[in-house]
Write a protein that binds this ligand. Structure first.
Ligand code: DQA
Length: 139
């Protein structure tokens, strides 16, 4: 099984960025644990702060991989182009957020991508990614 994790803008700073909201662990450290837990799954990771690069990655893996776990960061709330990219590919996309966006500012309550995704997992901290892996395994 091949799963692509894609993190969007500012998520390269996990561990340093607003630790009260996003925790104190870097994504690289978390990924080590995730990979050892799911040793028989190919878990690829990509991060970009650039909207078009996220779209390019979705196109690149979206006809070949078994699932995409996408935390689009703030582009979640703005990007019709990402919604279109998700619709354009065959691979199932799971939308993930570390924080519970519904407990936060109102502008975070609206997602432009949920309607194109299989489902949404949010609010479980970094564990949101593991829950997304589980959902793809059970799919
Ligand atoms: C986030 C929530 C978004 O609203 C925010 O812009 C992020 C991170 C999360 O994982 O909780 O960058 O996607």
């Amino acid at each position: 099984m091949k799963i692509q994790i894609i993190n969007g803008p500012n998520l390269n700073l996990l561990g340093k960025r607003e630790p009260g909201v996003y925790g104190a662990t870097s994504f690289e450290d978390y990924l080590k644990d995730l990979r050892s837990r799911y040793a028989d799954i190919q878990l690829d990771y990509y991060q970009s702060n650039v909207e078009g690069e996220l779209i390019n990655k979705i196109h690149e893996v979206g006809f070949d991989y078994d699932g995409i776990i996408l935390n689009a960061g703030a582009y979640t709330h703005t990007s019709i182009a990402l919604q279109d990219a998700i619709r354009a590919v065959k691979t199932s996309v799971i939308e993930v957020h570390i924080s519970n966006v519904h407990k936060r500012e109102e502008f975070r309550h609206r997602s432009m991508i949920s309607c194109a995704c299989v489902g949404v997992i949010c609010g479980f901290g970094m564990d949101s990614y593991r829950l997304a892996v589980e959902s793809l395994i059970n799919q």
